[in-house]
Design a protein around this ligand. Structure first.
Ligand code: LMR
Length: 346
């Protein structure tokens, strides 16, 4: 999808402005402090709703001193551009998926992409609310980014135009993935051909058969109408997709203390909102996909899911050097992960 020319002009303007604006407290003395919060998904998703909630609470808790402008659906920037824009200071806040941080050289974040590493949200929260989660956010600081929170989305389903039941069904399928080497290895492990595409380009690539299928939590699949161009969805829940909410460090550090405290409070509340609704939103989206009659929704049997798990688990070892074995071990420890078959519920 090509952005509207006026959006391009706005982007250029923002970049120029960022280069010329000093982010000192004095710069905040007049008028409201504007936080541009850019993201790539629809409003009706866990991230979309939490971003709106944050904007509302930030305004209330700072008594109008802060105005958060949310730019959704890749309106302003696509995946890769948005991180660059944050570093340049042309937007102040983002919530990219955890799969998109390796681009900054913080490859440890790809641990979240490891297939079957989390059985459920409890496992995930043991990491995101504990020392491992905090340590990973800290690593962003050297890149000029401050990590504020983790926001949940959910466990991924696979989709294609053919039924996805057995392992051999994935063979030779061109599958859109996010820019993560772990996801690349995961797709290759089942014989598929991974192709990295920006989220905003995925619907069209599926529609025009540039790729055959994809993976995402149901909330993303449904709100981007991908189920209208994919005949079959399989609830493999083979991996997790969620977010880190991040701000430009210079901007954040330059805020008056009272404003930063109020924004931190708004972030705590919004994180609660995101995480409270993520599970239900994904269930609802799956039900809506079923009800639409446009795609079938298949629940793999226990054996089919085990087949997938056996094929994908070697990716943990393959990627250990890239991610760092210590980070992987710390996640195993936090979740009680057992590499060998504890039967997983489908
Ligand atoms: C994707 O690219 O599939 C996701 O990261 C989009 C998102 O932000 O949820």
């Amino acid at each position: 999808m090509r952005p509207h020319p006026s959006v391009n002009a706005l982007r250029r303007g923002l970049l120029a402005l960022a280069a010329s604006t000093a982010l000192t407290p004095a710069a905040f003395a007049e008028g409201p402090i504007v936080i541009k919060f850019s993201h790539v998904v629809a409003i009706d998703t866990p991230k979309g709703k939490a971003a709106e909630y944050f904007a509302k609470r930030a305004g209330e808790l700072t008594k109008g001193r802060v105005k958060v402008e949310v730019y959704l659906n890749s309106q302003l920037y696509k995946d890769k551009e948005e991180i660059e824009a944050l570093q340049l200071g042309s937007v102040q806040m983002l919530a990219p998926s955890l799969s998109k941080f390796a681009h900054l050289g913080v490859k440890e974040f790809e641990a979240f992409d490891l297939p079957f590493i989390f059985n459920d949200y409890n496992d995930l929260h043991a990491v995101t609310s504990g020392p491992v989660g905090r340590k990973l956010l800290k690593k962003l600081e050297s890149r000029g980014i401050t990590g504020l929170a983790y926001w949940d989305n959910g466990f991924k389903v696979m989709s294609a135009n053919k039924p996805l039941k057995k392992l051999e069904d994935y063979k030779g399928l061109r599958m859109r993935i996010q820019p993560s080497k772990v996801l690349d290895a995961q797709m290759r492990a089942v014989g598929a051909l991974p192709q990295v595409l920006a989220f905003s380009e995925t619907y069209q690539a599926l529609q025009t058969r540039v790729v055959d299928g994809t993976e995402n939590p149901p909330s993303n699949l449904y709100t981007q109408k991908m189920h209208e161009v994919q005949k079959h969805v399989s609830t493999t829940h083979h991996g997790y997709l969620g977010y880190a909410v991040v701000v430009n460090k210079k901007f954040w550090d330059g805020l008056p203390n009272s404003i930063r405290a109020a924004l931190s409070q708004a972030m705590t509340e919004s994180t609660q909102v995101a995480n409270d609704i993520a599970f239900q939103d994904n269930l609802d989206a799956l039900a809506r996909i079923k009800a639409s009659g446009k795609a079938t929704v298949y629940q793999p049997t226990m054996e089919e899911r085990q087949q997938l798990r056996r094929a994908m688990l070697p990716v943990h070892q393959q990627m250990a050097t890239r991610i760092g074995m210590q980070t992987i071990e710390e996640i195993y420890q936090a979740t009680g992960f057992k590499p060998l078959p504890t039967p997983l519920t489908p």
